[in-house]
Design a protein around this ligand. Structure first.
Ligand code: UDX
Length: 435
């Protein structure tokens, strides 16, 4: 089976490299020369644990190839995965320009061929997009008969930082096929997996993706609201979460309170689903609340800083963790932006620290950033932890006391266990810890 993966961003490169590892002949396609030449040299275009090794394995075995010649490779493929980005428009809806242009390219590429082809949408698109945009454009542009083109929607559920493992060992596979051709091809591609495989139509597959992400985002906002109550009533929300999580219907996952969710998926997907609902006159109160709680959470750590230091003007504050979560260099929608902005509005002097994401964050915000923890901590009045990097978990209280002007730790991610600083001079406050 010859497989092309269009779009060598996050989803595309992980899909391509893991399918190559499983033994398929893969060509990763992108219009950006730089990305393709990186992949060809065994360099991953994104930071993701384990990915570069898979890319190198693929290049060595000859299973993985990369090219900017989209039409040529699409025309020679049995299956094409569409993995291009669907960024947000101002109003929260998704921008379909890349989906539309790739659909046109596919249509053009298969125009003069009689051979069967299967097109699988992996990009996150709102319900009906695969049928009403992708399929429609491909058939119009190619003039091909519907029976010769298989169309399916197969959402990804990859988490940044563990995307390779998620792709190699998924907990479910959703196949939204419109025809037997695409179903047969996808069953062959995923035959090595033992997890449940769900079959449905494309619109259901699209909705499963949005519903899953919106549910998880809502769960986070819900626990954040509860954690804020625990703060007020002086108890540790982690204990509450422990008790809640024992109910298998609730599950103990995604009960971590903090400064809120960021990243390339949750904020964008909740906004897109809300917009799509609004466009069709449907209410989306749960989605509205999910976003509004999330907007308010970063304020809490800034308020804590003010309570402990008084006026923040000219206070030196280190924000530890700029990536939206640990084990990634991705700063998209990171809560660090909201925290830094609020601190700057109060004329505090801010320094950012991150093991992976300093360059991009400094460029976007103009603040000083460093990957040297000692430099970040030296002489600061307090630290605010935004990302729970392992590097922070092993910080010793004496280290903080020696370097900081005042050893005050405001933990926006419950990085440290309750009691970690008990016998030290460190003043420790955290979201949902009570006082
Ligand atoms: C998410 C989904 O988990 C994944 O299935 C989907 O395919 C893409 O979106 P990702 O954005 O990589 O993955 O990160 P995830 O680990 O889910 O965390 C998202 C955000 O929620 C992070 O900012 C994280 O810090 C926050 N979070 C997560 C919490 O605040 N509390 C939690 O309990 C869990």
């Amino acid at each position: 089976m010859r497989i092309s993966v269009i779009g060598s961003g996050y989803v595309g490169i992980v899909t391509g490299a893991t399918l190559a590892e499983a033994g398929f002949k893969i060509t990763c396609l992108d219009i950006l020369e730089e990305k393709i030449s990186d992949i060809k040299r065994g360099i991953s275009p994104i930071y993701e644990p384990g990915l570069e090794r898979l890319i190198r394995n693929g290049l060595d075995s000859g299973n993985l190839n990369a090219s900017t010649e989209l039409e040529k490779h699409i025309a020679n493929s049995d299956v094409v995965f569409v993995c291009v980005g669907t960024p947000s428009n101002e109003d929260g809806s998704i921008d379909l320009q890349y989906i539309e242009s790739v659909s046109k390219t596919i249509g053009k590429s298969i125009k003069d061929s009689e051979e069967d082809i299967v097109v699988v949408v992996k990009s996150t698109v709102v319900p009906l997009t695969t049928e009403e945009t992708v399929q429609k454009i491909i058939l119009e542009e190619s003039g091909r008969k519907r029976e010769t083109v298989g169309i399916a929607m197969n959402p990804e559920f990859l988490r940044e930082g563990s995307a390779v493992d998620d792709a190699l060992n998924p907990d479910r596979i959703v196949l939204g096929c419109t025809d037997e051709k695409s179903k047969t091809a996808l069953m062959k591609i995923y035959e090595g997996h033992t997890c449940p495989i769900m079959h449905c139509d494309p619109r259901t597959a699209e909705m499963i993706k949005y519903s899953s992400n919106s549910f998880l985002a809502a769960k986070i906002s819900f626990v954040n609201e509860l954690a804020n109550m625990c703060d007020k009533w002086n108890m540790d929300f982690e204990r509450v979460a422990e008790g809640m999580g024992m109910d298998s219907r609730i599950s103990k996952q995604f009960l971590r309170a903090g400064v809120g969710f960021g990243g390339s998926c949750f904020p964008k997907d909740v906004k897109a689903l809300r917009r799509a609902a609004k466009n069709d006159g449907l209410s989306s109160e749960m989605l509205d609340a999910t976003l509004s709680v999330n907007e308010k959470q970063p304020e809490i750590v800034v308020n804590m800083a003010r309570e402990m230091l008084g006026e923040l003007k000219n206070k030196k504050i280190a924000v530890l963790g700029l990536a939206f979560k640990a084990d990634t260099d991705d700063i998209r929608e990171s809560r660090a932006f909201n925290i830094v902005e609020k601190l700057k509005n109060e004329n505090a002097e801010v320094i950012g620290h991150d093991p992976q994401a300093t360059e991009t964050f400094a460029k976007e915000t103009g603040i000083t950033c460093t990957d040297d923890l000692e430099e970040a901590l030296r002489g600061v009045d307090c630290v605010i932890i935004q990302t729970e990097w392992d590097e922070y978990k092993s910080i010793k209280p004496e280290f903080l006391c020696n370097l900081m002007k005042k050893p005050i730790v405001i933990d926006g991610r419950r990085t440290f266990d309750n009691g970690y600083f008990t016998d030290s001079d460190v003043e420790y406050v955290a979201i949902g810890l009570g006082n």
